[in-house]
Design a protein around this ligand. Structure first.
Ligand SMILES: NC(=O)c1ccc[n+]([C@@H]2O[C@H](COP(=O)([O-])OP(=O)(O)OC[C@H]3O[C@@H](n4cnc5c(N)ncnc54)[C@H](O)[C@@H]3O)[C@@H](O)[C@H]2O)c1
Length: 375
């Protein structure tokens, strides 16, 4: 994610030139010396250090990206807020709702702009789904289906990285993937979660312990020793939203086959629409009765859908995941420099955390659990 934030800043000048914001890559922090070297020699940072404290103490640093493992987010965000430096933080914002509210409060009290890495909302097709719902053309929204099914942890030989520790990562797939889904459901419908019931499972209870620190999901050396997976591989949930709609959500990090199948379907009294990350540049829609042609029509993303035309010269040409991050960088810096309120904020990060926590409570209690109102 650090690499992706970096390239997103670098692309701003060509994708959103009218902002006249030209980010300067002043300093990168990483404890691994090879990552520090790469930051300077390959990614274009002026210098690299081992600690965020050196980053925040640098008077040339005006904003920061927080792309570390989850258990460092809270400390880094609180320090950035104390230094009055707007931050773009990866999801999940904290490892728990308590950490997330601390981050949200610190940013609010400091009066700084924030952005959280809920990148799927920036897909032009998703932006258009949101606009369709808001326009009323789908009628009253009755129900929503959302799923994020991935395979990144499907190998039993996958190393026991920080991602499998409750203290270091939080609630596993609930924070890692489903937080994206929770944000998508709220963003597209304009409704917040009011109550949830959930079941969770750990399908691969033990994994090999790494012998050396690495990056990514598999970039670690492993030994013969195994350790326990503490957080969830799978979640299935039902939810009630405060505007009257209901939702089903499902997420797995250990499902072979689909690799990264992320989707949202919205059903209303007058029509329905759906989007899948598999086909990020399309959405399907059916409005009205349709008569003998009732059924979804596939629409290709084009100018007029979100920020599509910033990236591609003509309709039907695919965008990529990286482009969503460039849009996020643009929203963050526009909010930080120009005072707009475009990016998914710390408030959204905290909201998603309260839903995750209610699902964790429900999985333990076997009951419906209320989601506290964030205000
Ligand atoms: N938005 C998305 O779709 C998305 C996708 C992947 C990851 N993420 C999030 O991004 C964050 C990072 O994930 P990742 O996959 O890049 O993890 P990673 O383990 O691949 O990389 C983490 C990096 O942080 C560095 N690091 C460790 N301790 C540090 C410290 N004290 N100070 C500075 N750097 C430190 C590591 O050396 C490594 O370079 C996580 O919060 C994750 O949930 C978001």
């Amino acid at each position: 994610m650090g690499r992706l934030h970096t390239s997103s800043y670098q692309r701003l000048a060509t994708r959103f030139p009218e902002l006249a914001i030209k980010p300067r890559l002043v300093v990168a922090a990483d404890p691994l010396i090879e990552n520090q070297q790469a930051a300077v020699e390959q990614y274009g940072f002026e210098k690299a250090v081992s600690s965020i404290d050196e980053v925040l103490a640098d008077p040339d640093v005006e904003v920061v990206s927080i792309c570390s493992p989850n258990f460092l987010h809270r400390d880094f965000a609180l320090k950035a807020a104390a230094a009055g430096k707007p931050f773009w933080i990866e999801k999940p914002m904290g490892v728990s709702d308590e950490e997330s509210v601390e981050i949200y409060r610190a940013a609010s009290e400091a009066g700084i702009a924030t952005a959280v890495g809920f990148n799927y909302r920036h897909a032009p097709a998703v932006e258009h789904l949101k606009a369709l719902v808001a326009s009323g053309r789908l009628g009253r929204i009755t129900n929503v289906r959302n799923w994020l099914i991935a395979d990144y942890a499907s190998s039993e030989d996958g190393p026991l990285t920080w991602r499998y520790s409750t203290e270091r990562a939080g609630a596993g797939v609930l924070g890692d993937l489903l937080s994206h889904g929770i944000d998508l459901v709220s963003y597209v419908t304009g409704q917040q979660f009011s109550s949830v019931t959930a079941m969770t499972e750990i399908f691969i209870p033990e994994r090999p312990i790494p012998t050396k620190m690495g990056v990514g999901h598999g970039g670690y050396e492993i030994g013969d020793e195994v350790g326990a997976v503490e957080n969830q591989d799978y979640v299935a949930a039902l939810a009630r939203l405060d505007g009257g709609a209901v939702a089903t959500l499902e997420s797995s990090r250990v499902a072979r086959g689909d690799r990264s199948d992320y989707a949202i379907e919205v059903f209303g009294t007058e029509g329905s629409a759906r989007w899948s990350f598999f086909r990020m540049n399309e959405f399907e829609v059916q409005i009205g009765d349709g008569g003998l042609e009732h059924g979804y029509t596939t629409v290709l993303a084009s100018g007029g859908h979100g920020d599509y035309e910033r990236f591609q010269p003509g309709p039907g040409i695919p965008m990529s995941f990286d482009d969503l991050k460039t849009i996020e960088a643009k929203q963050f810096l526009s909010d930080a420099v120009l005072g707009t309120t475009e990016a998914p904020s710390a408030r959204d990060g905290f909201r998603a955390a309260t839903v995750v926590e209610a699902m964790v409570r429900s999985a333990a209690s076997g009951r419906w659990e209320d989601v506290p109102v964030v205000d």
